[in-house]
Design a protein around this ligand. Structure first.
Ligand code: NAD
Length: 489
């Protein structure tokens, strides 16, 4: 059984924790590797080496720093099939979904390669007679990201390409549930020949996260995961004087107006809800049918859910893969049970179904429920599984009222052919990522990933110019040169 190592200061090193956790293939139930549980010593060593490397790296010209990123892009593209297979094996998603993640990772590298322009300062001549004032952007020091299980490739790339391009050094901590993908990417990146210590990989769980949040060398922390942990990371990180951006959980509503096109809308809904088996922070979760939309859309939504082929992600026909762990599958089943016991109708039940040939995998087939009572977990909590709640309201105002009362604000979508309904929706809804006739409103790398409410803690988001601001600090210079000094030469 392969035991994974950390990559610190340009070398693969054993963790000092001595404790290893099993990594399971969710699609087959097999144990595929063992990951260190992680400890403070591992993290402190990486932070010390990253801090040493920062001294020279920050003074590399931006133009030179991005040459390393160009090489990373080529490596990801050249090895996309291998990386996607590993990603599928440990996360349970389909091979096509894993390939999609790599495309998104590459887009972030491409945007970060614009740093020579994106990091430019501002200059005002003669703010007073003979005095100029300007602002320059400088790097911070060591940064670190703490990633969730559901995008083993993409999420770390929302952060570290920008951090490195801005002249910082970095530590990536993948989720302990999916540690192999990033390990392989780091092996492939050895070919990039980054100076030692500039980019490090440290495995682990809570103890490693706590070490990130308290290590004085680490100046900026980016977190993506559940809201409970996001709040904790934000509070503890800021208490220790760090910049923190913490992206949390979600429960995304998708509104269907009666005038929306049935074929395209229902196809997109099925892709949004059941993509990655619902384990996506932008997945639609509650489908709100407005007025006559109930009659028009309900049956087709159920039919499209039924039509999804659930299978091991590396099988050719798989359209929906596995749930990350047995515990997570049991948790989702309990949420469905709870809703049912409180009066919800299960219109399509994905529980207790085998996937032929993969009986030991963690599968739950597409599920549709309606009339979910407000006091049930299905109404209140993030399900993070292939479960669709159908809700019926009379008009758009009621839909918006319902959405804005929710605790999360990651995304909200509307399907309509009416420009005024769409405009009202995007203007009034309290969520950071809005989709108009789009089921997964994932911002491109040159836009910020803008969660609101309990889906985000901090001010600057991941990706785009926000990332450049997050990974730099501004220095203002006011400068005067007396004429008489110049005349001496
Ligand atoms: P998680 O919160 O369990 O874990 C995320 C990271 O935090 C992991 O690296 C883990 O090792 C660490 N961690 C877990 N428990 C911890 C604790 N008690 N103390 C310190 N660190 C801890 O999340 P997950 O299950 O891996 O991922 C799923 C969640 O991530 C969902 O809630 C999903 O909505 C969210 N997510 C959000 C976004 C977004 O952009 N807002 C994107 C992807 C996923």
């Amino acid at each position: 059984m392969r035991r994974l190592k950390n990559f610190i200061n340009g070398e693969w090193v054993e963790s000092k924790s001595g404790i290893f956790l099993d990594v399971e293939n969710p699609g087959t139930g097999e144990i595929i590797s063992r990951v260190p549980q992680g400890c403070k010593d591992d993290l402190d060593l990486a932070a010390a080496k990253a801090a040493e490397a920062f001294v020279e790296w920050k003074d590399f010209p931006a133009e030179k720093r991005i040459q390393y990123l160009f090489k990373m892009k080529t490596i990801l593209e050249k090895n996309a099939d291998e990386i996607a297979s590993i990603c599928t094996m440990e996360s349970g998603k389909t091979f096509a979904e894993s390939k999609g993640e790599i495309v998104r990772a590459v887009e972030n590298i491409e945007v970060a390669c614009g740093i020579p322009t994106l990091m430019q300062g501002e200059f005002s001549e003669d703010i007073s007679s003979g005095i100029d004032e300007f602002v320059i952007r400088q790097s911070l020091g060591v940064g670190a990201c703490i990633a969730p299980f559901n995008f083993p490739v993409m999420i770390s790339f929302w952060f570290f390409p920008y951090a490195l391009a801005c002249g910082n050094t970095y530590i990536v901590k993948p989720s302990e549930k999916v540690p192999q993908t990033m390990t392989r990417i780091f092996e492939l990146f050895e070919e990039v020949n980054l100076p030692k210590g500039v980019l490090n990989l440290v495995h682990g769980a809570k103890e490693t996260v706590d070490a990130i949040l308290t290590n004085p060398e680490i100046k900026a922390v980016s977190f993506v995961g559940s809201t409970k942990v996001a709040k904790y990371v934000y509070a503890k990180g800021t208490e220790n004087g760090k910049r923190v951006q913490a992206q949390g959980g979600a429960k995304n509503p998708l509104v269907v107006m009666p005038d929306a096109d049935v074929e395209t809308t229902t196809r997109i809904i099925a892709d949004s809800v059941y993509g990655c088996a619902g384990q996506r922070c932008l997945a639609a979760s509650t489908i709100i049918l407005v007025g006559d939309a109930k009659e028009k859309f309900k049956k087709k939504i159920i039919d499209d859910a039924k039509a999804k082929t659930t299978c091991y992600g590396l099988e050719k026909d798989s359209q929906m893969g596995a749930i990350i762990t047995k515990e997570s599958k049991a948790r989702i089943e309990k949420i469905i049970e709870d809703a049912e016991s409180k009066g919800a109708n299960v219109l399509l039940d994905g529980r207790n179904k085998n996937v032929n040939g993969f009986e030991k995998g963690n599968y739950l087939l597409p599920t549709v429920i309606e009339n979910v009572p407000d006091d049930s977990q299905a109404a209140e909590t993030e399900i993070f599984g292939p479960v669709l709640n159908l809700k019926y309201v009379d008009n758009l105002d009621d839909a918006i009222k319902f959405i804005n009362a929710g605790r999360y604000g990651n995304a909200a979508c509307i399907f309509t052919t009416s420009g005024s309904a769409a405009r009202k929706f995007r203007h009034e809804v309290l969520a950071g990522n809005i989709g108009v006739n789009i089921g997964v409103p994932a911002p491109m790398a040159f836009f910020p990933f803008s969660g609101w409410k309990e889906s985000f803690f901090g001010d600057l988001h991941g990706q785009s110019k926000h990332a450049v601001e997050f990974f730099t600090q501004t220095k203002v210079v006011i400068e005067r040169w007396h004429d008489e000094w110049t005349r001496k030469f």
